[in-house]
Design a protein around this ligand. Structure first.
Ligand SMILES: Cc1cc2nc3c(=O)[nH]c(=O)nc-3n(C[C@H](O)[C@H](O)[C@H](O)COP(=O)(O)OP(=O)(O)OC[C@H]3O[C@@H](n4cnc5c(N)ncnc54)[C@H](O)[C@@H]3O)c2cc1C
Ligand code: FES
Length: 264
C-alpha cells in the first residue's frame, strides 16, 4: 500500500454525473488487483475530513496511471469531479482484497449495477489477459441508457454482453439482477461476481444461492480510515459478528454476509 501525492491527468464527464478520472500513481498502478480500491482526499484541506473510497477501474502500469469512475452523489464527489487535470490529489492504495480467481475453464458472469461497473471492467480486463481459458458473460444495469457509463469498456472485454435498463431505453427492461435470473434459468454458469447497489447484490446473492452457483460481491460502504483500524465500515457477517469492508473486503463470498441484517 502506498500514499501518494498524485497528479490528476484526466477528468472527463463520460455520462451525466459520471466522471472518468486518472491519476499518476505508479506505485499503486504496479500493485493493484481488480476489486481493490483507492482512498482519496477530495480537497487540499481537512474539510471534508474523511477520504472517499473509489474502485480501481483500470491501471496502466507503463504510464503509472490509475483510473477510476466517479459518480457525483454528494459534496466529496462533487469536489473531486470539479478538479482540473494538473491538480494534486492525496491518494492511498491499493486497499482491500480483490476478486478471487475463477476455476480453470469456468464461465463467469459479471453483474454490474451503476457505478459498480468500475471494478468489473478491471476484472474483465484481467480475466481476458491472464485467464484466457475463462469465458466472460457480463450484465450491466442502470436506470437509463445514458447512465450506462463506460459500457463499451465492459462489452469489449466480454465474450457475451447484456445491458438492462429500468426504463427499457437499452437492452432488457428491468434490473441487472432480473437479467441474471433469466440467464440462470436458461443455462448453468460457473462463478458470479457482482458490484452495485446493495439491493442488487442481495438479489444476485439470492439468485446464485438458489442456482447453487458461487457468488462474490464487491460491497460499497461508508468508510473512515480505510485500513481496518476504526471499524467505521463494518457489515454483519453470516453466523454473527461483523466484517470490515475496507480490510476483509470489499470483495466477499456472498454466503459470508448476513443479507437479512444488511437489508434492515
Ligand atoms: C470499496 C468502495 C468502492 C467504491 N467505488 C466507487 C466507485 O468506483 N465510484 C463511485 O462513484 N463511488 C464508489 N464508491 C462510493 C463512494 O465512495 C461514495 O459515493 C462517496 O464516498 C460519496 O462521497 P460524497 O462526499 O460525494 O457523498 P456524501 O455527501 O458523503 O453522501 C452522499 C450520498 O451518498 C451516500 N454514500 C456516501 N458514501 C457512501 C458509500 N461509501 N457507499 C454507499 N453510499 C454512500 C450517502 O448515504 C448519501 O446518500 C465506493 C465505495 C466503497 C466503499
Ligand atoms: S474504514 Fe476504518 S476499519 Fe474500515
Amino acid at each position: 500500500m502506498a500514499r501518494i501525492l498524485a497528479r490528476l491527468t484526466w477528468n472527463e464527464e463520460v455520462a451525466p454525473g459520471y466522471h472518468l478520472m486518472a491519476t499518476e500513481a505508479p506505485e499503486i498502478a504496479a500493485q493493484a488487483a481488480p476489486g481493490q480500491f483507492v482512498h482519496v482526499r477530495v480537497g487540499p484541506s481537512y474539510d471534508p475530513l474523511l477520504r472517499r473510497p473509489f474502485s480501481i477501474l483500470r491501471t496502466d502500469k507503463a504510464a503509472g496511471q490509475v483510473w477510476m469512475l466517479v459518480k457525483v452523489v454528494g459534496r466529496g464527489t462533487r469536489l473531486l469531479a470539479g478538479m482540473a487535470p494538473g491538480t494534486t490529489l492525496d491518494v492511498m492504495g491499493p486497499l482491500g482484497h480483490g476478486f478471487p480467481e475463477p476455476p480453470l475453464w469456468d464461465e463467469v458472469v459479471l453483474v454490474a449495477g451503476g457505478v459498480g461497473v468500475a471494478p468489473l471492467i478491471f476484472w474483465a480486463d484481467r480475466l481476458q489477459t491472464a485467464f484466457s481459458h475463462v469465458r466472460v458473460v457480463s450484465i450491466y444495469g442502470a436506470a437509463t441508457e445514458e447512465a450506462l457509463a463506460c459500457w463499451l469498456d465492459l462489452a469489449a472485454r466480454s465474450d457475451e454482453f447484456y445491458a438492462a435498463t429500468e426504463d427499457g431505453s437499452a437492452g432488457e427492461a428491468g434490473l441487472a439482477s432480473d437479467a441474471l435470473r433469466g440467464l440462470l434459468a436458461r443455462r448453468g454458469v460457473g462463478t458470479i461476481y457482482a458490484c452495485g447497489p446493495r439491493p442488487m447484490l442481495a438479489a444476485c446473492a439470492a439468485a446464485a444461492a438458489e442456482a447453487g452457483v458461487p457468488c462474490f460481491v464487491a460491497m460499497e460502504q461508508w468508510m473512515g480510515c480505510g485500513v481496518g483500524a476504526c471499524l467505521g465500515c463494518v457489515v454483519p457477517a453470516a453466523g454473527g459478528g461483523y466484517l470490515r469492508v475496507c480490510s476483509e473486503g470489499p470483495v466477499f463470498a456472498a454466503e459470508a454476509l448476513d443479507w437479512e441484517a444488511l437489508a434492515r
